[in-house]
Design a protein around this ligand. Structure first.
Ligand code: GRA
Ligand code: FAD
Length: 665
């Protein structure tokens, strides 16, 4: 543990820690992807924790402008430190450095490395990479990804910004023709960035060729003033994300050189001739596939933080009727219903954690082929990243909210750290493709898989269970409810639901409905199919990782947690298909026994995430469990407490009490 123990550890937490049935440290190595990674991460965390430059009072007491300004300073300081430490080329080290240096502070330059650089990597021709990539990697320029407009987010083909080629000057003219065409939302666009990848409709030789990407300079590189024709700014306060300047951008006939169109997949020649190099036009959407896969891991990390806080708090918080006179009040964690609420969040967290690793590996296996124009596995990768992005962020937001409520009133206080975790994960349900829209993309792919299965074509590995005919329901009665059996049931459920919906879809087609209309008619049910498919993927990844654990004690506890995850899915999905009352009752009993079995490991399972206090930023989730003193200390920092009598008393309350009118004040 990298946590400095400030005070004596609360004995209730020590007692819980002693109950672990497995070596927590070894599970940490598994989660980090090896002991080497754990050690490296801890070194970085210690480095940042000791650096006074990253210390400051809680940002929750600051104004938005102060928060933004501090975040800019810290984000840039991180870059300087990473350079000094020669860590810029090490994505693992720089990720953890950023994370611990700016815990729960969304970086104003975050879009630069999450989307701007990956877009340059994926969409530039080789010469363009030479020209811009190194400058971007060195942070000589700071960029963002400007796609969404006020009028269009989901429907990308509806984007209105135009890039019209002018062969006489060999320039593109970037223009926002309407109010709705103003770019709206891009992170860091308002004040921080000086460049952007702008998504626009390409017009040349009198024809529109659809959405393409252009590198546009927004601000002067030395004065940072916006360039002629560029109008940009901050979009104002949001539900969260206070540290980042999501921005707007209006382009008034801004001219850029022809070479600033990103030309890996398509090109406009000097005379204006348009040439498409690869047939799959969806390659322009490549960066989104990448970021969607990252969101699954963000969701798991968000739950890991919230669950660490809520489980620790549940060990030290006493509330309720003592079991006998004179006995202490029960701890929250003693209540089975509380165990259920927390442990199912922990189970979701592990499932998403392992699924995000499998998805990341898939992405990095497929990406080199995609860059070379071989797109055979792109549909599977898109369908999985879209669906898992939706399921991951939906679950992430729901579990973090559940953990927050598990902490009662303190969960509503910023002191708990929980509102911030929620406000960080919640927008992921919307950005990078709104979740329902993403589930529909997965659903569309699944419908096509049934069609392919019917034609006897081979399906991608994660779709291989899809057949054109139903399979018998696995029997849950009789033998033990093993993880394999439960996973088999979820596989059967996913296929059954899909075949039912696809049957309905086909009947609409037979009635001569257009494909798009038939799709709309089944869309509501299709989103459930997409969820079931993704949950199956999560369950499979979870079980594979549990089985792969070499230490039998870790394998045991992970398998039990995986069973809890699977059983909970079976019970909550019982309405989607027919599950007999007796099977349902068996599953419910099995959940109750698992809660009793897993309860002694509750603390160990969250502490395996090895989250230092600096990362959690939580008064009630501290390693030492000394909650109440710390809560008082926190409240003392409120600027409202700077004076005993607040100025509003003199200005208003005193007048009010004296019976004077406040109307003109
Ligand atoms: C909903 C769709 C997918 C629809 O696209 P469309 O062009 O209308 O598609 P269509 O003609 O209906 O054809 C669908 C077809 O296109 C395929 N496809 C769709 N997306 C991809 C992809 N990424 N990779 C590979 N293939 C893709 C689909 O599988 C369909 O294929 P098919 O026709 O079935 O063979 C699209 O408009 C979309 O992706 N919308 C969501 C927009 C979005 O995600 N915006 C993100 C902005 S950036 C951001 O939010 C950053 C935040 C980060 C932060 O703050 O940290
Ligand atoms: C914090 C944050 C950061 C962001 N950062 C960026 C960024 O850096 N760069 C960038 O370009 N964009 C960014 N965005 C924009 C984001 O990608 C869009 O908000 C998102 O794609 C949704 O688009 P929209 O807001 O236009 O919603 P809409 O498309 O108007 O959707 C509204 C609702 O309608 C539903 N809906 C829409 N179409 C359909 C359909 N076909 N079928 C069924 N239902 C449908 C959706 O599910 C949704 O619930 C960011 C957004 C947020 C909140």
């Amino acid at each position: 543990m990298t946590n400095p123990v400030v005070q004596k550890v609360n004995p209730m937490l020590t007692e819980e820690r002693a109950k672990a049935s497995f070596p927590v440290e070894e599970l940490t190595y598994i989660l980090d992807g090896g002991k080497f990674n754990t050690e490296k991460r801890r070194e970085i965390e210690e480095l940042v924790t000791k650096d006074p430059n990253f210390e400051h009072p809680p940002i929750q007491f600051m104004t938005r402008e102060q928060q933004y300004s501090l975040a800019v300073k810290k984000a840039l300081l991180v870059q300087q430190r990473l350079k000094e430490l020669d860590m810029l080329d090490d994505p693992y080290a720089s990720y953890f450095f950023r994370r611990i240096a700016m815990p729960r502070e969304v970086s104003p330059i975050g879009l630069h490395w999450v989307m701007f650089v990956p877009t340059l990597m994926g969409q530039c021709s080789d010469e363009q990479r030479e020209r811009w990539l190194q400058r971007a990697l060195n942070y000589e320029i700071i960029g963002t990804y400007a796609q969404t407009e006020m009028g269009h987010g989901t429907f990308l083909r509806g984007i209105e910004t135009t890039a019209t080629y002018d062969p006489s000057s060999q320039q593109f003219v970037l223009h926002s023709p309407t109010t709705t065409s103003i770019k709206w939302w891009p992170g860091g666009l308002g004040k921080t960035c000086n460049y952007a990848v702008v998504v626009a409709q390409l017009h040349t030789q009198g024809r529109c060729h659809g959405v393409h990407m252009f590198l546009v300079q927004l601000r002067d590189e030395s004065t940072h003033r916006s360039l002629p024709g560029v109008v940009c700014g901050d979009i104002g306060p949001k539900m969260g994300y206070h540290t980042i300047d999501n921005g707007f951008l209006q382009l008034n006939s801004v001219r850029i050189p022809r070479e600033n169109m990103l030309m890996r997949n398509a090109e406009v020649q000097p005379d204006g001739t348009y040439i498409r190099r690869v047939s799959n036009e969806k390659l322009t959407y490549g960066t989104m596939v990448f970021v969607r896969s990252l969101i699954v891991s963000d969701a798991a990390r968000g739950i890991s933080e919230a669950a660490t806080i809520a489980v620790r708090y549940a060990c030290v918080r006493r509330q309720g009727e003592p079991s006998s006179p004179g006995a202490p009040e029960p701890r929250l964690l003693d209540y089975p219903v509380h165990q259920y609420r927390l442990l199912t969040c922990v189970a979701n967290c592990y499932g998403l954690w392992f699924a995000s690793e499998v998805l990341r590996d898939l992405y990095f296996t497929v990406q080199p082929d995609v860059l070379e124009g071989r797109t055979e596995r792109l549909p599977e990768t898109h369908a999985l990243s879209a669906g898992l992005k939706a399921v991951g962020s939906n679950r992430g937001a729901a579990c973090v909210e559940e953990c927050r409520r598990c902490c009662g009133g303190f969960g509503f206080s910023e002191a708990s750290g929980l509102p911030k975790i929620y406000n960080d994960i919640n927008p992921a349900c919307t950005y990078e493709g709104e979740n329902t829209v993403m589930l529909l993309q997965t659903g569309r792919h699944l419908l096509k898989c049934v069609e392919r299965a019917r034609r006897g074509e081979q399906l991608a590995p994660s779709d291989a269970y899809i057949r054109s005919r139903p399979t018998p329901q696995p029997k849950l009665a009789g033998g033990p409810l093993t993880a394999d059996l439960l996973l088999g049931w979820l596989r059967w459920r996913s296929l059954s639901m899909l075949l039912e919906v696809s049957g309905r879809f086909n009947s609409f087609i037979e009635q001569r409905q257009a494909w798009a209309d038939a799709f709309q008619a089944v869309s509501r049910r299709l989103t459930r199919c997409a969820e079931a498919h993704c949950i199956l993927y999560v369950g499979q990844a979870f079980l594979d990782s549990a089985k792969a654990a070499e230490n039998p004690k870790i394998c045991g506890v992970l398998t039990s947690l995986c069973r809890l995850f699977l059983l909970n899915e079976v019970v909550s999905g019982a309405g989607d298909v027919q599950l007999s009352r007796s099977d349902l009752a068996r599953c419910q009993d099995a959940i109750d026994s698992l809660l009793t079995e897993l309860r002694p490991n509750a603390v160990a399972l969250v502490e395996a995430f090895d989250l230092p206090d600096r990362m959690l930023c939580s008064v009630i989730g501290r390693y030492d469990g000394q909650v109440y003193e710390a809560m008082l200390q926190w409240a003392r920092q409120s600027p409202l407490n700077a004076t005993d009598v607040h100025e509003s008393y003199e200005l208003y309350t005193r007048q009010f009490l004296a019976g004077r009118s406040l109307a003109k004040l």
